[in-house]
Ligand binder design. Structure first.
Ligand code: ADP
Ligand code: ASP
Ligand code: MG
Length: 409
């Protein structure tokens, strides 16, 4: 008898009919004689609605109370799914994050899982019950409820798989697998039979919302093989594992994109050894997440620095920079919103020079201006005008022959 972890996302649980469908998918696994631990998200758009409710009553963000509020979303689903399973004749027990022993660091809104006390779950499994755990939430050593960041139920599932030494971790969602790019925006996107942890990690970090980046990181560190698959269709999904052979002659595995990017430029900083460290330490101390950085020398004495951030952190970024003007000694700041990041990812880039040149040529041939660039061994990211994001994605998807991958299920 194997132990299987199954995770179902919000769209797959958005109404009673879908909850009953999920109960059937779990029944099918149980009928094979397997033990099942199920992780669920909040129903449909519940988390968005709760965030919007919070904004209706207060314009100040109280992170502790926000976690208290958002964790209720998943609590609704665990109870309903447990009831649906009973309806199908199975015995099930639902657990919130804290009941399931999921201990996190003491951070609200984006906590990491530190440890899982699995005794309670094991006790129920030993009684033959299906265990249903609320994703996206945990508890600190001090008993405070925390959440793991948007999309964090994936991470709950992978962490539970590791702690319980499960034989399989299946992530059920509203698409049939991981595609070469978001299939909701690019109709030629092709499902991948498999993808490596490193490539999936880059895609997830660069905007491919199909998996929470920390879930992939966790899976890589603990060597958990994942399968992303549909909660409706029965076909095989995409396997995420250590090594994956590249489809013939391809250097790029996928294209990711993310909108709502802002570029901030700090002009007239003193050109000295400590300039960069001072500005970025100041931003880091204030929890401002900076992405791409570009430095340009204006003269021997003066340097300008541009960096990209998410739109919603602009106000805070400007506040921090203003407050520290005396320390940083810059002249003035300009910012530009309405930008997007478009990236190509593929482990084949390591041994193929000229991929960046090809990417830039494709974009320029399509009249797309590149505002910023950043590269790593297996990815190249460009910042472009937000209106040109999807044309850029489509052009790159075609140029790197991703539309032509043979479809496999
Ligand atoms: P869930 O609620 O099941 O966690 P998500 O909305 O978080 O589902 O993730 C699934 C969505 O991810 C898909 O509907 C799709 O629009 C999006 N997505 C983005 N990039 C990709 C990709 N490369 N492959 C598949 N889906 C992707
Ligand atoms: N409900 C949370 C969210 O919408 C967590 C998740 O779905 O994974 O982000
Ligand atoms: Mg998700």
């Amino acid at each position: 008898m194997a132990l299987i972890v199954q995770k179902f996302g919000g769209t797959s649980l958005s109404d009673p009919e879908r909850i009953l469908n999920v109960a059937e998918r779990i029944s099918a696994e149980k009928m094979k004689g397997n033990d099942c631990v199920v992780v669920v998200s909040a129903m449909g758009k519940t988390t968005d609605q709760l965030i919007s409710l919070a904004k209706d009553v207060s314009n100040q963000v109280n992170k502790r109370e926000m976690d208290m509020l958002l964790s209720t979303g998943e609590q609704v689903t665990i109870a309903l799914l447990s009831m649906a399973l009973s309806q199908n004749g199975w015995e099930a027990a639902s657990f919130t994050g804290w009941q399931a022993g999921i201990i996190t660091e003491p951070v609200h809104g984006n906590a990491r899982i530190l440890n899982i006390h699995t005794e309670k779950i094991r006790e129920q499994l030993n009684k033959g019950k299906i265990v249903i755990v609320a994703g996206f939430q945990g508890v600190t050593e001090d008993g405070e409820i925390t959440t793991l960041g948007r999309g964090g139920s994936d991470t709950t599932a992978v962490a539970l798989s590791t702690a319980l030494k499960a034989s399989k971790c299946d992530i059920y969602t509203d698409v049939t697998g991981v595609y070469t790019t978001d299939p909701r925006h690019v109709k030629e996107a092709q499902k991948l039979a498999a993808i490596s942890y490193d490539e999936m990690l880059e895609l997830a970090h660069l905007g491919a919302g199909v998996l929470h980046p920390r879930a992939v990181e966790f899976a890589k560190n603990h060597n958990v093989t994942l399968e992303v698959r549909s909660s409706i269709e029965k076909e095989r999904g995409t396997i995420i594992k250590e090594e994956v052979t590249m489809e013939q002659n391809l250097v790029v595995r996928g294209v990711a994109f993310e909108d709502e990017i802002t570029r901030v430029t700090v002009f007239g900083l003193p050109n000295c050894l400590t300039s960069l460290s001072t500005i970025f330490s100041t931003l880091a101390k204030n929890n401002i997440d900076v992405d791409i950085i570009i430095q340009s020398m204006t003269s021997k004495e003066i340097t300008d620095i541009s960096f990209s951030i998410k739109n919603d952190t602009l106000k805070e970024t400007l506040n921090v920079l203003e407050k520290n003007k005396d320390l940083l000694k810059y002249d003035h700041i300009e910012s530009e919103t309405g930008l997007a990041k478009v990236s190509i990812v593929g482990s084949g880039m390591v041994s193929n020079p000229g991929v960046a040149a090809e990417m830039f040529t494709v974009l320029s041939n399509n009249g797309i201006e590149i505002r910023m660039v950043s590269t790593s061994e297996i990815k190249i990211s460009t910042v472009v005008n937000q209106q040109q994001m999807l044309p850029a994605v489509n052009a790159l998807h075609k140029a790197f022959k991703l539309s032509a991958i043979p479809i496999r299920s």
